[in-house]
Design a protein around this ligand. Structure first.
Ligand SMILES: [Zn+2]
Length: 238
């Protein structure tokens, strides 16, 4: 019995070791916040571009001199080129949130969403984002491999308040301000899975209170590239 158990343990060792390495790989590749000592934060939006909603969010940020970072579903920049250009021209950063927002499957060994999005950015601007955020935050080894191949960094968040479910702008703002710290990356949504016309009015309505609250706490909103001290765009687009 002892021998049998030993054999079993030996047989399982490679599996356990692989799982351990994969565990490291899964957890070590994403950025969730910056250095906690500098009084700066990044406001990031997922799931646009979303027409007037994205525009309203950008205009609010601009009133407060607070450039934002938009993790866009790349398909939407070909559908709304003027809006995409306007965001860039007004100093906001565009980042990669896949091509059309499918949920990554563990069985999808060819994760082509990241590079397809990069090619879309490159066709439009001659450069592509450095920062990638997987739809629903779902990372698989194949997603992580694709991001690495395209010389990107996966950026998640440390402040998330389920803004997509919230109906009360004051409460949404209060929840963000309760969680935010120096170096925070705030996750909000200006769209829903890349569907143009999605209602994100509560998030947009909460923005002034969020921006006022950050100011009151001495926290300055900056773009993600500024927060992380990394270039936001690259020329190596796959
Ligand atoms: Zn998303």
């Amino acid at each position: 019995m002892f021998v049998l158990r030993s054999v079993l343990v030996l047989a399982l060792l490679p599996v356990v070791a692989r799982a351990g390495i994969r565990g490291l790989h899964w957890s070590d590749v994403s950025i969730t916040h910056a250095d906690r000592t500098a009084p700066v934060v990044a406001i990031t939006f997922d799931d646009g571009l979303n027409g007037p909603t994205t525009l309203a969010a950008a205009e609010t940020l601009e009133r407060y001199n607070a450039p934002g970072t938009f993790f866009v579903v790349a398909r939407t920049i070909t559908e709304q080129p003027d809006l995409a250009k306007r965001l860039r021209d007004h100093g906001h950063l565009l980042a990669n949130h896949s091509y059309d927002h499918p949920r990554a499957k563990k069985t999808d060994l060819r994760y082509t969403q990241a590079s397809r999005a990069q090619a879309t950015f490159f066709a439009a601007y001659g450069e592509c984002p450095t920062f990638f955020r997987p739809p629903w935050g779902v990372q698989t080894p194949w997603v992580n491999g694709a991001v690495k191949r395209d010389h990107m960094r996966t950026v998640l968040w440390d402040v998330e308040v389920a803004d997509w479910d919230e109906k009360n702008p004051e409460r949404l703002a209060a929840n963000v301000l309760a969680k935010v710290r120096p170096g925070s990356i705030i996750l909000l949504h200006d769209g829903e899975d890349g569907h143009i016309g999605a209602n994100r009015s509560t998030t947009v309505a909460a923005l002034p209170a969020i921006l006022e609250g950050l100011k009151a706490r001495g926290l300055t909103p900056v773009r993600l590239d500024t927060l992380l001290g990394m270039a936001g765009y690259q020329k190596d687009c796959g």
